[in-house]
Design a protein. Structure first.
Length: 326
């Protein structure tokens, strides 16, 4: 990346932000923690009116005011608000970096998972666009519905070289929060048992759900991402069960293609992507999946994905697209 303008990235506290952003190949980037600025906009929940003021009215004012200030004074630099998806958080970032000429927001979650209503989200998008903020998402459905900039989900190619796998331990591997996935896992495990395969399913229980002591696959252990990658490296196949309505790629998918792992997924839209190959990816449908079909897939040789395709899903590709023409 040859851009010489200063690039300020304000990130959330999600651990994957640290993992992904640590591999950026540019010297003029400064990464800031959002938490360092959040004290600038405090919320007093004692009174509803004050709460409304501090959580909505003041953030909207700060976002719009930054646009006014840039009309008179602006810096030849960029501000990227990475994975910050609420009024208050975005306003905190913009209050501190609102003079940067290029203003960019990266939404790292689909709209349906955000803790704001449809009306609030549409209003937020309207205000941000009005103030000159370019909004990006990896979710194709959200990009079309709200007229946002689209970029594929991103990962870090550097992570692959940092992980060294030992001898294989599992044929199939899954780690994730339940969120309705448990029943599907039971059905898939039955197929894997019929094939005498070794699999490891680790399901984090939902916080407000009661489970039987005999419920399989429930695990209270919280894996660090390093532990997760070590388990992934000694596995042949990653299992992915997507949530209903999600149209963007998950990190599980990118882990599969970057680490050269086969994948079993419930994401039927994955066939539309440039990296899709039937040797590498099996689309699971409980109504049509059979032991024979799964066995045939597992017996096929892995097809290596071209480097030119992998480049499009690397964090550096996203950053280049965001700050183009600055």
């Amino acid at each position: 990346m040859r851009n010489k303008a200063k690039i300020n990235i304000v990130k959330n506290n999600y651990f994957m932000s640290d993992v992904i952003l640590s591999s950026l190949k540019v010297n003029n980037i400064i990464i800031h923690e959002l938490i360092n600025f959040q004290e600038d906009i405090s919320i007093n929940k004692c009174r509803k009116i004050r709460h409304l003021y501090y959580s909505r009215m003041k953030p909207v004012f700060l976002i719009l005011w930054s646009r006014v200030k840039r009309m008179f004074v602006k810096e030849k630099s960029a501000a990227i608000y990475f994975g910050i998806e609420d009024y208050k958080g975005i306003a905190c970032g913009i209050k501190n970096f609102g003079l940067c000429e290029k203003q960019v927001l990266w939404l790292w979650n689909p709209r349906q998972t955000l803790n704001i209503s449809e009306v609030e989200f549409r209003f937020l998008v309207f205000i941000l666009k009005l103030s000159g903020v370019s909004i990006w998402t990896f979710d194709r459905g959200d990009a079309q519905k709200y007229n946002l900039n689209f970029h594929e989900q991103v990962y870090s190619r550097d992570l692959v070289s940092s992980v060294r796998g030992c001898n294989k331990k599992n044929d199939v591997f899954f780690i994730g929060v339940d969120k309705g996935r448990l029943e599907t896992l039971k059905k898939i495990s039955s197929l894997l048992d019929d094939l005498s395969l070794i699999y490891s399913f680790n399901v984090v229980p939902d916080s407000h759900k009661d489970y039987s002591d005999k419920e399989p696959f429930i695990s209270e252990k919280i894996f660090s991402y390093d532990e997760y990658l070590n388990l992934l490296s000694v596995t042949d196949v990653i299992l992915e069960i997507v949530q209903n309505g999600q149209s963007g790629l998950t990190l599980r998918t990118l882990e599969a293609i970057f680490f050269n792992k086969k994948m079993i997924t419930t994401n039927k839209n994955i066939i539309e992507y440039d990296f899709y190959n039937e040797n590498n990816i099996f689309i699971y449908d409980e109504n049509t999946c059979t032991v024979d079909k799964l066995s045939l897939f597992l017996g096929k040789p892995y097809h290596l994905i071209p480097e030119s395709i992998l480049d499009k899903y690397d964090i550096n590709h996203l950053l280049n697209a965001m700050i183009k023409n600055i």
